[in-house]
Design a protein around this ligand. Structure first.
Ligand code: MGD
Ligand code: MGD
Ligand code: MO
Length: 645
């Protein structure tokens, strides 16, 4: 940070984190424009006029907090505290800005609980059941791999600090395979690209298992010593020949055979599993089948071999150790069902929604239902935000939040393995306050806690971490990762399951999946809605964060043949629609997406389409097979030229 006269002038990459290597992405470089921009919230305010109109009047913090406390008490006394729904997700993604004083307030007050399932719920459920979320291969070890499979992940947009290591790996002779319905920039450079139809990763992974088991390539010694459930997986894979799986995925059987051959013959082989493959009806089983591959093929035990998924558990620090309040057994609301909860839940109905660290009107499924819910006159909505988001527009009370340049936090990465202290470099702008401060103050006002500032919260949280980690974090600003930051799976780290084995067919989750674990459901495309809409991460935003800086309308990416059939030319305005809603935007014709699939970036704000609907207006609130996650990449749609029907 370059700061002059209390103002941030420049944001650049540092070298304290070995993954950062002095560079950062273009969007965070622009974070100053968010801090000082016209969308920044500076003062508490209350709504004037109709919901969504966007007119607010400034009030003092004490007026705003008194109003919120009064409404919370009234609602608890009349409908019960479960009529209050706290709603949070990404935010600053830190250990202080979520699950500290906020969790203590909600638990002690007895509000509804939120199942935070919008992201990583299916992959998380699979990774937990198979491996207990064992730490994965570190970025620094990628150059040791001779084969790297980027499966449903696009680090060129979603995690650019992996790219130098991928380049080093390639220079050292590694082959790169990309499995993605889009020909991403990495797919173009890859040795092999499998442009699978969305939602078909499960048959593809099972076909690889079938090759391993039936063609004599399964590692019997490893399976015997370190796994359970191999027979269940083998039985599930048996029907999936290369030809059948390739047919289902809409890819060349020869290409899938080539992948199988590469995986069987190459070591160290590394699977980088992402989140693109989880966001559909088969997502949990697909992730489980993908993560099971290195165990069946015997790819562990060498540097650069195995898998990497989320590394968020690599330091073993858990919020459970510092939330000072037992969790009450109150109602659990799945966040993917926000619209439904606001409109349909009756026992009790949701009377108050407290949104923080989240922009649900832009990021949750079934946008029209969420919108209708937010428009309810009898709903009291608080939005605690850094900027005037789509959701904030529907608030009754808006509270201004600090950014990571203005508060303390502890940042735990989930790509690289890092845990760092975040220190404020400027004074909070306007009257912005930190989460820790606001929730503890509200708790004090309600008689269920004591006010503290974020530095006090930091000391409390660091004090509950393993002593070496907590004190190093405070003294040095970063914690030293275990195993030198480069753990080798099955040498340094082992499954954190109870028996330290890989559970290839974990019974405890098999029962949750509607078709059983590894049970596949084919594409439900219909004649009216023949296309599948996906919404991948874009380099322009982090989810919807920084979306306020996007200038032009976001575009629908469509294959030229799909466009031609519909009389659509480059940049034509189109309507993308299904039974849930309609999105109007310009079309971008590109052969970099497979036929039958269309894409519209995740995180677009309502102002960046022609009609205020984004892809989530078309995303159903159906849940994934495992983990009750969101099906963002599982929307059936039709596309037409705008104006014609
Ligand atoms: N710039 C930027 N970076 C981000 C984010 C962001 O919004 N912007 N978001 C952050 C967050 S919250 C997350 S969770 C991560 C996500 O990180 P990624 O997993 O990389 O993100 P996605 O873009 O959701 O999905 C990756 C790829 O999966 C493809 N895909 C879609 N459907 C399928 C499918 O059914 N099968 C397969 N094999 N591929 C499919 C998409 O085309 C996409 O290229 O990124 C983080 N980093
Ligand atoms: N169509 C579609 N939708 C998606 C996805 C997709 O693939 N497709 N991906 C999903 C994924 S992976 C995720 S993770 C979710 C994320 O969805 P959200 O959790 O809604 O994430 P953001 O859009 O980043 O919104 C976070 C908000 O928190 C605010 N914030 C940041 N720091 C703080 C803080 O310290 N205090 C307070 N009070 N506020 C803060 C930011 O200003 C921002 O507006 O989106 C999901 N939505
Ligand atoms: Mo996410």
């Amino acid at each position: 940070m370059t700061v002059e006269n209390g103002r941030v002038l420049k944001i650049e990459g540092g070298d304290a984190n070995p993954a950062t290597q002095n560079f950062i992405c273009a969007k965070v470089r622009r974070f100053g424009e968010r801090v000082y921009g016209e969308d920044r919230l500076l003062y508490p305010a209350v709504r004037q006029g109709a919901k969504g109109q966007g007119t607010f009047a400034r009030v003092s913090w004490s007026e705003a907090m008194d109003l919120i406390a009064r409404r919370m008490t009234e609602i608890r006394d009349r409908d019960g505290a479960e009529a209050i729904l706290p709603f949070c997700y990404g935010g600053s993604n830190g250990l202080l800005t979520q699950d500290t004083t906020d969790a203590e307030l909600w638990r002690r007050f007895g509000t509804s609980r939120l199942a935070r399932t919008v992201c990583a719920a299916p992959t998380g459920a699979a990774n937990l059941a198979l491996y207990g979320k064992m730490a994965g291969v570190a970025y620094a070890d990628y150059p040791h791999a001779r084969l790297i499979i980027l499966w449903g992940v696009n680090p060129a947009a979603s995690g650019i600090h992996l790219l130098p290591f991928l380049n080093d790996a390639r220079a050292a002779g590694a082959k790169i395979v990309v499995i993605d319905p889009r020909r991403t920039t990495l797919a173009k450079k890859a040795d092999l690209h499998l442009p699978v139809r969305p939602g078909t990763d499960l048959p593809v992974a099972l076909a690889l298992h079938r090759v391993l088991f039936e063609e004599g390539h399964a590692d019997a010694a490893f399976i015997g010593a370190h796994t359970s459930g191999a027979e269940g997986l083998r039985a599930a894979a048996a029907p999936w020949t290369i030809e059948r799986a390739a047919g289902e995925a809409g890819i060349d059987a020869a290409a899938l055979r080539e992948l199988a051959d590469l995986y069987v013959t190459t070591s160290p082989a590394l699977i980088r599993c992402g989140w693109g493959l989880e966001r559909n009806r088969n997502g949990g089983s697909a992730a489980a089948a993908v993560l099971a591959l290195p165990a069946v093929a015997g790819k562990f035990g060498v540097r650069g071999g195995g898998y990497s998924m989320s590394n968020s558990m690599a330091f073993g620090v858990r919020s459970a150790s510092w939330i000072d309040a037992p969790e009450p057994q109150t109602r659990v609301v799945n966040m993917n069902h926000l619209g439904r909860a606001l409109l349909e839940y009756s026992d009790p109905p949701v009377k108050m929604l407290f949104v923080y660290n989240c922009n649900p009107l832009a990021t949750m499924p079934d946008q029209n239902r969420v919108l209708k819910g937010l428009q309810r006159d009898d709903l009291f909505t608080v939005v605690f935000e850094q900027v005037f988001t789509d959701t904030a527009r529907y608030a009754d009370v808006v509270l201004p939040a600090t950014t990571f340049l203005e508060h303390y936090d502890v940042a735990k990465s989930y790509g690289p393995i890092a845990l760092q202290l975040v220190r404020p470099v400027i004074e909070p702008r306007g009257e912005a306050r930190s989460n820790a401060e606001v929730f503890s103050a509200l708790a004090e006002l309600l008689g269920v806690g004591t006010a503290e500032d974020d530095y006090e919260t930091l000391l409390r949280v660091a004090g509950r971490m393993p002593p070496a980690i907590g004190s190093e974090l405070l003294e040095r600003g970063a914690a030293t990762p275990p195993h030198g930051g480069t753990p080798v799976q099955f040498v340094d780290v082992f499954p954190l399951t109870a028996d330290q084995k890989v559970h290839l067919y974990p019974e405890e989750i098999a029962g949750d999946a509607p078709r059983g674990l590894y049970g596949y459901q084919a594409d439900p495309a219909t004649e009216s809605y023949p296309l599948t809409l996906i919404s991948p991460a874009t380099e322009k935003t982090v989810s919807s964060t920084l979306g306020e800086l996007r200038e032009r309308a976001a575009m629908l990416h469509i294959h030229p043949k799909d466009a031609q059939r519909r009389g659509i030319a480059q940049s034509d305005p189109v309507r993308v629609f299904n039974g849930l809603g309609e999105l109007q935007c310009p079309a971008n014709l590109t052969a970099d997406i497979r036929e039958g699939t269309v894409a519209f970036s995740k995180g677009v704000w309502r102002r960046n389409t022609y009609n205020g609907s984004t892809s989530n207006a078309l995303v159903p609130d159906t849940l994934t097979d495992l983990g009750a996650g969101a099906c963002f990449n599982d929307a059936r749609v039709e596309v037409a030229l705008l104006g014609r029907h």
